[in-house]
Design a protein around this ligand. Structure first.
Ligand SMILES: Nc1ncnc2c1ncn2[C@@H]1O[C@H](COP(=O)(O)OP(=O)(O)OP(=O)(O)O)[C@@H](O)[C@H]1O
Ligand SMILES: [Mg+2]
Length: 222
């Protein structure tokens, strides 16, 4: 077992980053990047505000204990092959290097996690990533992406990637976690005092963490 497994918190709530109700998803991502896992690419996906970036950041906080972590964000990467290679080169500290050199550098720094947030912005290079970049990744280099769309089906049947793809779908927070979020954002002292009625009647949209937090900000202004 790797060091990371021993350090993994059961409930990753405490610490710098507030992360409520996502213990299973954290475990799924971290187990995929452990040594020995056959997974090469992890797709964290879900609708806007559901908590993808928050989950990704929390997983990377854990992974840093044992991995080199390289982060990219689709909002600042030109969605072309050259744009991606340039962005990766800058992130690694080798601006202008070609893909081959970057892959060799990644092998030297392994184990490595390359994290790409806002991955939906890079859909134009999805097939190039699948056909060229991922097959060329050194063995202990994992790609973890977070975006609004699930992986397109061909990722799951791509030659050489069988069993190498893990999709981690994020849905609404579980009801108890949504209640906890309302409590910790301090608009209610107990889930029973939720101003919109019993907490278990919260609609699915109200269990979207961004909407919950926006709602609590507005309530505080009233
Ligand atoms: N599990 C959680 N516990 C507490 N707060 C959370 C949780 N998940 C998300 N949040 C909060 O909800 C808000 C939205 O989360 P986040 O930015 O991660 O969503 P996203 O899925 O990445 O959205 P987008 O698709 O727009 O990038 C943030 O303020 C974040 O702190
Ligand atoms: Mg995000």
């Amino acid at each position: 077992m790797s060091q990371m497994t021993e350090r993994r918190p059961v409930t990753p709530v405490a610490g710098r980053r507030m992360l409520i109700g996502r213990g299973e998803s954290v475990a799924s991502v971290l187990s995929a990047i452990e040594d020995g896992s056959a997974v090469r690419v992890v797709f964290i996906h879900g609708i806007a505000g559901i908590g993808k970036s928050t989950l990704l950041a929390a997983c990377l906080d854990e992974a840093r204990a044992s991995h080199t972590v390289i982060t990219l964000d689709g909002r600042s990467v030109e969605p072309t092959e050259t744009g991606f290679v340039d962005a990766l080169g800058r992130a690694i500290g080798l601006p202008g290097a070609d893909l081959e050199r970057l892959l060799a550098q990644l092998a030297d720094r392994a184990p490595v996690v390359i994290a790409v947030d806002t991955f939906e912005n890079l859909r134009l290079i999805d097939s190039w990533l699948r056909r060229t970049v991922v097959p060329g990744l050194p063995p202990e280099v994992r790609l973890v992406v977070a975006g609004r769309e699930p992986p397109v089906a061909v990722w799951l049947s791509a030659p050489g990637l069988e069993g190498g793809i893990r999709a981690v779908a994020l849905g609404p927070l579980p009801e108890n976690a949504a209640a906890e979020l309302l409590v910790v954002t301090a608009i209610i002292s107990s889930p029973l005092h939720y101003p919109r009625g019993p907490i278990h009647r919260q609609s699915t949209s109200e269990r979207n963490p961004r909407l919950t937090r926006d709602y609590t900000s507005v309530i505080r202004l009233l």
